[in-house]
Design a protein around this ligand. Structure first.
Ligand SMILES: [Zn+2]
Length: 141
């Protein structure tokens, strides 16, 4: 076991075997200082790491067509993906409708004219619509 000097308090300490690069002792104040320094470092390097991101450069540059070429070379993959995406789209559409149906207004709708769109059996909102006049007869509950 090697003995190190804490970067904060300067006292000798024995690094934990799980963290051999440990530079701060386990004292509460020293751990707090370590976190503060790491946070500052992360804040300072964030911008740099984003602009240096290899993925971002490749997506915009020489590898811009990578996924497009990949799909052309692997039609089975592209087809399976297309079906999965269609299923996700369908699910999202259905979810939106369910939410609309479930969102009853907290107070009763006032009298007035409304546009009424039927929801078809497959859950799709019809493009056809009615303009209806609704008159509230009795007061709200
Ligand atoms: Zn310390």
């Amino acid at each position: 076991m090697t003995i190190k000097h804490c970067a904060a308090c300067g006292k000798k300490f024995e690094p934990r075997p799980q963290a051999r690069n440990q530079t701060y002792c386990s004292a509460k104040e020293c751990q707090r200082e370590r976190r503060r320094n790491e946070q500052n470092l992360r804040r300072q390097t964030k911008q740099v790491s984003v602009s240096n991101s290899r993925n971002n450069k490749d997506r915009a540059g020489k590898n811009a067509k990578y996924m497009s070429n990949y799909r052309n070379r692997n039609p089975a993959y592209a087809d399976a993906n297309r079906k999965l995406q269609a299923a996700r789209n369908q699910k999202r559409r259905a979810t939106v409708i369910v939410n609309e149906a479930a969102s009853a207004p907290s107070s009763p709708l006032p009298s007035g004219r409304y546009r009424l769109k039927p929801i078809l059996a497959d859950g799709i909102v019809s493009e056809a619509s009615w303009i209806v006049e609704i008159t509230i007869i009795s007061g709200g509950s």
